[in-house]
Design a protein around this ligand. Structure first.
Ligand SMILES: *[C@@H]1O[C@H](CO)[C@@H](O)[C@H](O)[C@H]1NC(C)=O
Ligand SMILES: *[C@@H]1O[C@H](CO)[C@@H](O)[C@H](O)[C@H]1NC(C)=O
Ligand SMILES: [Ca+2]
Length: 163
């Protein structure tokens, strides 16, 4: 659902989220088409956010409803893998959300994940691979593998615009 306010005087439409972003809760989400490393994904989210004067990051998926919302967006574009903002780059096995620094409490790991394979898997993606049981569930992978990614930023407060 797109939440917009039409200001008749100026005939300008203010939307909670820009075109091509999806509104959920108090956030806007964007699914990339380009494949980037985890670090470049984060940088590009930040760059895109600045273009809207907002602070953007890689997506925080901290409950089952957000997981479901993002899975449904991935279905629409036939995506089979996207970085989210979860990583254990600082301390092995301790997963933090990059947007707010908080340690994760909700997880949706796929089978045998996270396994830190080769001692080198610190960045998390939502993955689809029915053969091995991944249904938008999470895998830790090497941060250098280029993958599409999901950005988030705060939705504009339409309530404030209305006064
Ligand atoms: C991104 O990677 C996927 C999987 O390897 C590939 O199918 C897709 O074409 C790539 N997208 C772009 C824009 O290069
Ligand atoms: C896979 O996930 C999607 C999105 O959450 C859901 O609609 C579908 O029922 C799931 N499929 C299986 C086999 O669990
Ligand atoms: Ca790891």
């Amino acid at each position: 659902m797109k939440l917009c306010v039409l200001a008749f005087v100026a005939t300008v439409v203010f939307c909670a989220c820009p075109t091509s972003w999806s509104h959920y809760g108090d956030k806007c989400f964007f699914l990339s088409r380009d494949n980037e490393t985890f670090a470049d994904s984060l940088k590009l989210c930040e760059v895109i956010g600045r273009q809207y004067g907002r602070s953007a990051s890689l997506a925080t998926v901290d409950d089952a409803k957000t997981q479901q919302f993002l899975a449904n967006l991935m279905i629409k574009i036939n995506s089979i893998g996207m970085y989210i903002g979860l990583n254990d780059l600082v301390t092995e096995g301790e997963f933090h959300w990059i947007a707010n620094g908080k340690q994760a409490t909700y997880f949706n790991w796929g089978p045998t994940q996270p396994n830190n394979r080769g001692g080198n898997e610190n960045c998390v993606a939502m993955r689809v691979d029915p053969v091995i049981g991944f249904n938008y569930s999470w895998t830790d992978g090497p941060c250098t593998v280029p993958t599409t990614y999901i950005c988030e930023m705060v939705a504009a407060d339409i309530g404030n615009l209305l006064g």
